[in-house]
Ligand binder design. Structure first.
Ligand SMILES: Cc1ncc(COP(=O)(O)O)c(C=O)c1O
Length: 638
């Protein structure tokens, strides 16, 4: 046990900052989850992986902790409860979870289950999401909020939901949707509640800032709001206007942006009430940020406020405006998704190989690197000399000399004057010189730009057995940062600087930016490979990553397990779901597996007829092909 090193690892990977009380490193140097937020109830992630392997499943794997979902729902709800009681606010808080943040059934099941305790509802933005949501029986007054652009069929579903007894609010995006609602009232006994999505001038902050404000694609302008109120009045549906809604974007990094939007929305709410309408819900949207880098700042991967601060400000600002206008306090509806879902899942995978470190092959036994060979080209021997004689005093000059020798040798090879072995010796020597130069530059108080650049080129590439496009698509599409770290060996110094590449045939399938408390960094510190499997975890990936996943190279959904803890500190895997198998992925792309397997058989028969195979071998090969079609598309762990 190396307690000092373990503490260094906690700081290096910033786990106490972004872990939010759910993740840490134990005294054995293993990453642990604390799904209930209690320190004494912990789950060692390497042990979970061991259990998963016993079940015959291999990496990559998602480990889900449904208790973290419950914990986040509770934290949201109790933050509002505290703020409401501290301020003697007269309204209540009701949460809805936006389906699009993670539509996997396993996840929504957990949301619904945990949500029953705090009357949590669901928000949908399409007919498909609505159809799925309608299958869930929530607590009686829990809300079903329907956002998004709607056609007549979507609107009709709202009426059916109402007839089923659901507390449904159809939030209209434009007056045409209102007309469609009015047209249906003649055919149904009860009309669902109606909401208006208001376009605010106030903007969000961070990556989604541009999608909010006056130019947003969503929400009614003030004229459209007035027009909508007139339409409702004319249709005798005044009492059906139940909700005003706004959403200024996801991952709001600065609390002051929320405050500005809340002030503006509260004013609109109060003015609408003053025109004789009685909406009781003010839906303040989602957008609560997740502190992915643990810095607690307004940096785009962070958020400079806590959930409690968000709830306090929401209650305080809304109350101030409502009291000032003399209108009743609303029920505050939140639609936060990211902050509820992000923490609950971890993608774990194994490292298949390390490229670029002196680890894969023993170059000294393959090549004669050390001995000066009088018959070798002069430049090769110069490189040998530099490797052996580089010091802290001369490393800059020697490094520059080596560049010249290396280029000279490269040209000689292209002109046909050197053998393949000479080229290998030159590559290997030059590589060692760079490593040594970097080592010496590490002693400088301010390393030069040249050596910082060299550091980026010289990193080891860790080949991780997963697809970035499937498991963390936002890191590819919008440069979203997620905490990444090994699951074990934290009692050992991670002395290699690495980037991560995935197994897709795409050069974009790599991670070259990592979280850092004071900035971002271009390398991740990892341990050198050993004989045991090396697992790394991608954390805080529970929001949006599964819903935006794509099957680049036909790598599909990965295996998943759910882990629960009991009050006595025990944990168990309560559910295992296999990932997409190869034939399922092909079928989803319209391949006919019967046609494919028949074609295999025909081609093997031809090989038998031509005398290239015996019947016995034909059968073995055919059976192997069939087993492969039912396999996991990721690399096996052998
Ligand atoms: C209308 C609406 N509500 C809620 C959300 C959820 O936002 P977040 O996941 O940032 O909480 C979104 C996502 O951007 C949204 O568009």
């Amino acid at each position: 046990m190396n307690i000092r090193q373990i503490q260094e690892a906690r700081e290096l990977y910033g786990i106490e900052g972004w872990g939010n009380g759910y993740f840490g490193i134990n005294d054995q140097g293993h990453v642990v989850a604390n799904p209930t937020g209690e320190e004494h109830i912990s789950v060692s992630l390497p042990e979970v992986i061991e259990e998963v392997r016993k079940k015959g499943l291999t990496a990559p794997i998602i480990i889900r902790f449904p208790q973290i979902i419950e914990g986040q729902l509770q934290r949201m709800h109790s933050s509002f409860k505290t703020a409401i009681s501290d301020n003697a606010f007269k309204g209540r808080h009701m949460g809805v979870f936006p389906f699009k943040v993670n539509q996997r059934r396993e996840f929504i099941d957990a949301i619904v289950e945990s949500g029953r305790k705090v009357a949590y509802g669901l928000e949908v933005g399409s007919k498909t999401e609505f159809i799925a949501a309608l299958g869930y029986k929530l607590q009686d007054d829990a809300l079903f909020v329907c956002n998004g652009f709607k056609d007549a069929e979507f609107i009709e579903l709202g009426f059916i939901a109402k007839a089923m007894g659901k507390n449904v609010v159809m939030v209209v995006e434009g007056p045409d949707e209102l007309e469609m609602i009015i047209a249906r009232t003649a055919h149904y006994k009860e009309c669902p509640d109606i909401g208006l999505r208001v376009r605010l001038y106030s903007k969000g902050s961070g990556k989604w800032e541009k999608s909010s404000g006056e130019q947003s694609k969503f929400g009614l302008t003030t004229t459209e709001v007035i027009h909508s109120l007139q339409i409702l009045e004319r249709a005798n549906l005044k009492e059906k206007l139940a909700m005003l809604h706004f959403h200024i974007g996801s991952q709001i990094t600065e609390i002051k942006r929320f405050k500005g939007a809340l002030k503006e929305a509260a004013r609109v709410y109060a003015k609408v009430i003053k025109t004789g309408f009685q909406p009781c819900y003010l839906n303040i949207g989602g957008g609560v940020g997740v502190d992915y880098d643990g810095s607690k700042t307004s940096f785009e991967s962070s958020a400079n406020y806590t959930l409690q601060e968000f709830a306090n400000d929401a209650v305080y600002v809304l109350m101030g405006v409502c009291d000032n206008e003399g209108v009743p306090h609303p029920t505050i509806v939140t639609e936060s998704g990211r902050v509820i879902a992000a923490y609950h899942s971890v993608v774990v995978t194994n490292i298949r190989e390390v490229q670029g470190a002196d680890v894969n092959i023993d170059a000294d036994t393959i090549l004669d690197l050390e001995h000066v060979d009088p018959s070798a080209h002069k430049a090769l021997n110069e490189l040998r000399y530099i490797v052996n004689n580089m010091t802290r005093k001369n490393y800059v000059e020697y490094y520059h000399d080596s560049i010249v020798y290396q280029e000279e040798l490269f040209t000689l090879f292209n002109l046909g004057y050197l053998q393949l072995k000479d080229r290998a010796v030159a590559e290997e020597l030059y590589y060692r010189i760079c490593r040594k130069a970097l080592y010496f530059s590490g002693f400088e108080r301010h390393p030069s730009e040249e050596f910082e650049g060299l550091q980026k080129v010289m990193v080891s590439k860790y080949l991780a057995n997963f697809s970035i496009f499937q498991s963390i698509p936002d890191s590819w599409s919008i440069n979203q940062l997620f905490p990444v770290m090994p699951l074990s060996r934290h009692d050992e110094k991670p002395n290699l600087k690495a980037t991560i590449v995935d197994i897709t045939c795409d050069s974009d399938g790599c991670l070259t930016t990592f979280i850092d408390r004071s900035d971002t960094k271009t390398v991740l510190e990892l341990h050198p490979p050993s004989d045991s499997p090396y697992y790394i975890g991608f954390f805080l990936v529970g929001a949006y990553q599964e819903s935006l996943a794509n099957e680049h190279n036909l790598f599909g959904a990965i295996h998943e397990v759910e882990v629960h803890t009991s009050p006595d500190g025990e944990w168990e895997i309560t559910k295992t779901t296999e990932g997409d198998l190869i034939d399922e992925l092909l079928i989803s792309r319209n391949y006919d597996m019967e046609k494919i397997t028949t074609a295999y058989g025909d081609q093997l028969d031809e090989a038998v007829a031509a005398g290239r195979l015996t019947q016995e071998v034909r059968k073995q090969l055919y059976d192997k092909l069939i087993v492969c079609t039912k396999g996991y598309p990721y690399l096996s762990e052998e």
